[in-house]
Write a protein that binds this ligand. Structure first.
Ligand code: BMA
Length: 360
């Protein structure tokens, strides 16, 4: 019955909308087209479950070959895995969470070979102040990194480092691995130097377009581009920084459950409805690009909160944030022995909730 309702809702949402047909990059490589096609097919099957840094570390462990908190809880790796490039811009050997870029590359190659969808974000430093991505000092940083701005040359060098990393991701046949690239995330929020508190919408859009064009100019054609806001109040707010259909493949949003701050269920179902409707109108895929309840202190969070927030909207995936290896309270997915373990299994045992075993 639930599946029927899910299918009907999805069919309703997609009816009369622009056909989602191809990646926005006119020169996207074959594997990107294949990924896109696969995402379209899987969207009819259900919502994929993703986890940030899943193969690198988990709650109280790190860098153990084959290990994954999600695997240990439900018997399958997640279908989607996220990594973050923060730190790459400085030439650091490890990212901001201590992940060596060499190990990250190896794990991406492995995840791709296993059939996972790969997504990358970038908590890059503030190129004007040298502070972290959360450093909001330095006025108009986005304008300064655009052509003509004081930090443009430096920013180009940073982007070159990202490009070198992207180009180093090759499968066993030597083809570039397709990646869902999700830059400048949570743009309606105030946390980052590219966020709503720190730049004008037109500057954000210029930065997005410059980035995509620079990727093309440097011969990067292995990406799907994901646009993601933070929590938002309206369609207008969601679209304020949207660069346009020819620059984006996936429309997403990030939203964390902070019980003191907002009504998660009410807000999530509203946002899921809005994003999936807009995405369908624009012929784009949709996803919940980051979420979680830190420390998962509700035993049934998965079936009572996450499941109703993602099911039935035609979302391609939900990415659960990381399980820190060294901050015991900073985890968003269950691990072996955690009290929400059974509930997580109940969620992923639903036919329309997909882990890696369900999509291969
Ligand atoms: C945040 C936290 C930080 C981390 C950052 C980038 O949400 O998890 O600890 O450094 O993401 O991964």
């Amino acid at each position: 019955m639930r599946i029927l309702i899910f299918s009907l809702l999805t069919a309703f949402l997609l009816a009369g909308c622009n056909e989602t047909s191809a990646p926005c990059d006119p020169r996207a490589q074959q594997r990107v087209h294949d990924l896109y096609e696969r995402l379209l097919q899987l969207r009819d099957k259900g919502v994929m479950v993703g986890h940030q840094d899943d193969l690198m570390y988990g709650h109280a462990w790190e860098y153990e070959e084959g290990r994954s908190d999600i695997l240990e809880v439900c018997g399958s790796y997640p279908a989607v895995i996220g990594w973050d490039l923060g730190g790459l811009e400085l030439g650091d050997s490890c990212n901001l969470d201590g992940v060596p870029f060499g190990k990250m590359r190896e794990a991406i190659v492995k995840a791709d070979a296993m059939g996972c969808v790969i997504t990358l974000s970038w908590h890059m430093r503030n190129p004007v102040t040298g502070g972290s991505s959360w450093d909001l000092s330095g006025s108009n940083v986005v304008r300064e990194v655009l052509p003509g701005g004081a930090a443009h040359e430096l920013y180009k060098e940073w982007t070159d480092k990202c490009i070198a990393f992207l180009k180093s991701l090759k499968d066993a046949e030597g083809n570039p691995i397709p990646v869902v690239y999700r830059p400048y995330h949570e743009n309606t929020g105030g946390a980052f130097w590219w966020g709503a508190l720190s730049c004008e919408p037109e500057d954000y859009i210029s930065l997005w377009k410059w980035t995509v064009e620079y990727m093309y100019a440097c011969g990067v054609h292995n990406l799907l581009y994901a646009y993601s806001t933070d929590i938002f109040k309206s369609e207008q707010e969601y679209m304020l920084r949207y660069p346009g259909d020819e620059w984006v493949d996936i429309m997403g949003w990030d939203a964390y459950h902070r019980p003191q701050e907002w009504d998660f269920l009410e807000g999530m179902t509203r946002m899921a409805r809005t994003v999936s409707t807009i995405a369908a109108e624009h012929g784009k895929l949709a996803a919940l690009t980051e979420t979680g309840l830190e420390s998962v202190h509700m035993d049934k969070w998965w079936t009572e909160y996450l499941l109703p927030s993602v099911r039935g909207y035609g979302l391609s995936w939900v990415l659960i944030w990381r399980n820190s290896q060294d901050m015991p309270e900073h985890f968003f997915a269950p691990f072996k022995g955690h009290k929400s373990e059974q509930d997580f299994r109940d969620m992923v045992s639903e036919e329309d909730i997909l882990v890696l075993n369900d999509i291969n």
